[in-house]
Design a protein around this ligand. Structure first.
Ligand code: 13P
Ligand code: SF4
Length: 302
């Protein structure tokens, strides 16, 4: 273990590389990363880091967004197959068809989407800025892709807008069941329920707090409560426990695991750094169109 860490640190210096990691990747990666955060934080930090090479411990859409925003940098994915299935659950044809149906329409795209989809949308959002951004849009009609659960949650907060939903979902969050949350609450009656908005509305209705991974960590860290029921991916426990060694965190089922985030490990980081493999490539036409929705997100979320 020690040897691999020494090699990674040495290569990082040699190659002028920085390591970014999402809260869902394995603990040892969060430990060695220079920056760990939610999707919004990682997209912002990717623009400001001075290094030439970004090693992105996350899934494809995260690396693609970093590359689109930083075409001059090398963005390397330690595992080229770590992809978010939800990112593929929207269709360009459907977007074009909805655009034809409504004149006063904004296509709002969760950042968990392919670069190809981002070419056809008006603005990107993440779970931490979606409400603020959709609220600020002048259009009344909102086509929200790809995640239906996040779309429904934002719609519930903005009754003045007319939402059209798309049937994408995250299997990790969608499979968290309300009866499992209720069982966990019966076992830990004083616990606060912290929920990611990719969960269903039934689970969201039981929440004491709904927010992004960073939001959940901040809530638990500043809360006076001692026990928390966690309705998101298990990787978040690393940071929750690190920040709050005396507090208790409970998951509600055994499947709160994103298999794609878990594909990445230290050996793959080292191999990618040594060999410069798995560079994210986004063609010029895609980049020039997709960047508009990402830049609009960064602007509106300020
Ligand atoms: P956050 O932006 O809240 O970190 O969420 C990313 C994600 O993939 C959730 O499943
Ligand atoms: Fe995608 Fe769900 Fe994994 Fe997040 S947890 S990367 S939404 S599959």
């Amino acid at each position: 273990m020690e040897e691999i860490l020494l090699k990674i640190n040495e290569l990082k210096k040699q190659k002028n590389a920085v390591i970014l990691a999402h809260y869902y990747v394995n603990d040892e990666l969060q430990e060695i990363a220079d920056y760990v955060g939610d999707s919004y934080y990682l997209s912002k930090i990717a623009v400001t880091v001075p290094q030439d090479v970004i090693i992105f411990c996350g899934v494809t859409f995260m690396g693609e967004s970093a590359k689109i925003l930083n075409p001059e940098k090398s963005v390397i994915m330690p595992d080229a197959n770590a992809d978010c299935p939800m990112a593929h659950m929207a269709s360009v044809e459907k977007i074009k068809a909805v655009k034809e149906q409504y004149q006063d329409l904004a296509v709002v795209c969760y950042i968990n989407s392919t670069a190809e989809i981002k070419k056809y949308v008006d603005v990107c959002v993440t779970s931490s800025n979606a409400l603020k951004i959709v609220q600020a849009l002048p259009q009344k009609n909102i086509y929200f892709v790809p995640d239906e659960n996040l779309g429904r949650y934002i719609a519930s907060k903005l009754p003045e807008k007319n939402f059209i939903f798309n049937n994408g979902y995250c299997h990790v969050h969608d499979e968290i069941m309300i009866d499992e949350v209720e069982d966990a609450l019966r076992a830990h009656p004083g616990a606060k329920v912290l929920v990611h908005p990719e969960c269903t509305m039934a689970v969201i209705a039981a929440a004491d707090y709904v927010g992004s991974t960073s939001g959940i960590i901040d809530y638990a860290t500043t809360s006076e409560a001692e026990e928390f029921i966690i309705c998101t991916e298990i990787g978040i426990l690393y940071q929750l426990k690190k920040n709050n060694p005396s507090k208790k965190f409970y998951c509600v089922n055994k499947n709160q695991i994103c298999p794609n985030m878990k594909k990445i490990n230290l050996a793959k980081v080292l191999y990618a750094l040594e060999n410069g493999i798995n560079q994210v490539e986004v063609d010029l036409e895609t980049r020039e169109k997709a960047i508009l929705s990402l830049e609009k997100m960064l602007e509106l979320a300020k």
